[in-house]
Ligand binder design. Structure first.
Ligand code: FES
Length: 124
């Protein structure tokens, strides 16, 4: 099978889809080659990511990656979430086909962009 059960599950039932109106950080990234776009919103309290939502206009692997990545950083300290790598996301999904690894990179980049936005809003 090309896609793991976890990828299929997160693609078909993505967690944390949506938008946070009063987000503390927003990150939007795109991949120029495939044209897919990912937007991640974080809500932070006492340096903990208390809520996170995403919107992905992209392929199934990008949706599964953002779903998994948001689950992985929810409830974590901001500094810890910053360490998330696309490799960790791929591992948590039980793998992605090689030509789909860039979709998980998008998730890593979107999270980092949201955290950078949070830091810059707070003068860090
Ligand atoms: Fe580009 Fe998946 S094909 S993010």
């Amino acid at each position: 099978m090309l896609y793991s059960e976890k990828v299929m599950d997160h693609f078909q039932n993505p967690r944390n889809v949506g938008k946070i109106e009063d987000a503390d950080g927003v990150g939007e990234v795109g991949n120029a080659k495939c044209g897919d776009i990912m937007k991640i919103y974080i809500k932070v309290e006492n340096d903990i990511i208390v809520d996170v939502k995403f919107n992905t206009f992209g392929c199934g692997s990008a949706i599964a990656s953002s779903s998994m990545a948001t689950e992985m950083i929810k409830g974590k300290p901001v500094a810890e979430a910053l360490d998330i790598t696309n490799k960790a996301v791929v591992e948590a999904l039980d793998g992605l086909p090689p030509q789909k690894v860039h979709c998980s990179v998008l998730a890593e980049e979107a999270i980092k962009a949201a955290i950078e936005d949070y830091y810059s809003r707070n003068g860090k």
